[in-house]
Design a protein around this ligand. Sequence first.
Ligand SMILES: [Zn+2]
Length: 513
Amino acid sequence: MLSKVWSSAMLGIEALPVEIETNIVLGVPGYTVVGLPGGAVRESLDRIFAAVRNTGLYFPRGKTTINLAPADIRKESASFDLPMAMGLLAVGEGDFSPERLDAFFITGELALDGNVRPVRGVLSMAMRARAEGKQGVLVPTANAPEAAVVEGLDVYPIATLTDAYHVLTGGPAAPQLYKQDFKALFDDARHYTTDFADVRGQENVKRALEVAAAGGHNALMVGPPGSGKTMLARRFPTILPPLTPDEALETTRIHSIDGKLNGRGLVATRPFRAPHHTISDAGLCGGGVNPMPGEISLAHNGVLFLDELPEFKRQVLEVLRQPVEEGFITISRARFSVEYPARFMLLASMNPCPCGYLTDPMRECICAPPQVQRYLSKISGPLLDRIDLHIEVTPVSFDELNKRADGEPSEAVRARVVAGRQVQAERFAEAPGVYANAQMGTRLVRRYCKLKEEGQQLMKMAIHRLGLSARAYDRILKVSRTIADLAASESIRPEHLSEAIQYRSLDRDWWIG
Ligand SMILES: [Zn+2]
């Protein structure tokens, strides 16, 4: 006797269909699982036996072979418990129809008492089930909201082994379909709990962040402790253009694989990830035997904030280079490699010196110049090369804090950012992979950032007088292009240039000597 049920295995963010064939013949009872099962899949049998016994269901005993096909996909997860249990039950039970078994993708980890535990990657599985033309999915109750995001799919929330049994045998005790309106959920979930209006003063920093948001520029905030860098950073996602439904789905898939949705159906706001500086490169970029997404992928379509940038280990910052450049990360293992999306905006912060108070008007810095230099040299190099804006942050004065008026709300800033992005979208309509000024290569910079005579003089002066490096040149041009876009100006005017030059303070050596 033979039964077939469907589940899926994860490869990166893709769920690949896995067919589970169970065959039983007369003979000495025994169980063989074939088709590259990982450790967790082999342990499944123990959980399945206990769960089936404890729920009073029955499957025949005999010489049993379970085949997970195709054999060349790695299957690591306990999520095969439930579909394997269904396969075993279906072999002995006439109430299952092959058509009904074929109509669903099934996933879930079993507890010994027959309860079903949540698993990772359910959104990707649901998307795959729809792409394969299946009627629906059977998923753990806690994962039902994310599966129900996929339209046109029957989602059965499964709390226990018997729930799944009832669905597949068409019994009257089957659980109700889990239904959700994607548009309503999306509209409901797309609001931020923080706002730029919460930050008093700091108008120049907010302006610089607006420029960063408008042009997709990575930025570094430099300022003494307590000047509000973290508070500003946390509110940065709120001024970025709203997530589109497709971006929301893409981001949710990654969070689903990481098991971090906590019953939410959808991530509809831009994520903000702020890993501590002690993080390992695996934690930051993803890793493990069965590679999981890291912080940079959880920040996909959002913001990665590296607070205290010089404290991060150099090798950890090194691995950021590829994803910052390419928007994805490849994690290689001996027998396979996976790719996770990682297109994020990088926002970093640092103190101006080891004690932190070099640029603080109210306090004295106690660092010797060589100490300051050593501190700054920790962040020099390739990563700094990918940061277009350096933003000086100074503590807010008492007078400013005491002002009654709140700051400008995020919504108003966001509207300008969106308008600026619209200009860029039209400009780069025919440049593949470029969607904002920050992504311009040398050729596009030459084409779209032409300077008139006055501007050229200004640049020449900046390079000589302020000691700006040659590599700062292109970055200044790109940022001034964004500033011009925000002002709806076709040409880059001197005032746009001089604002952009302000945002290169780390090239200037102004704090030493
Ligand atoms: Zn100092």
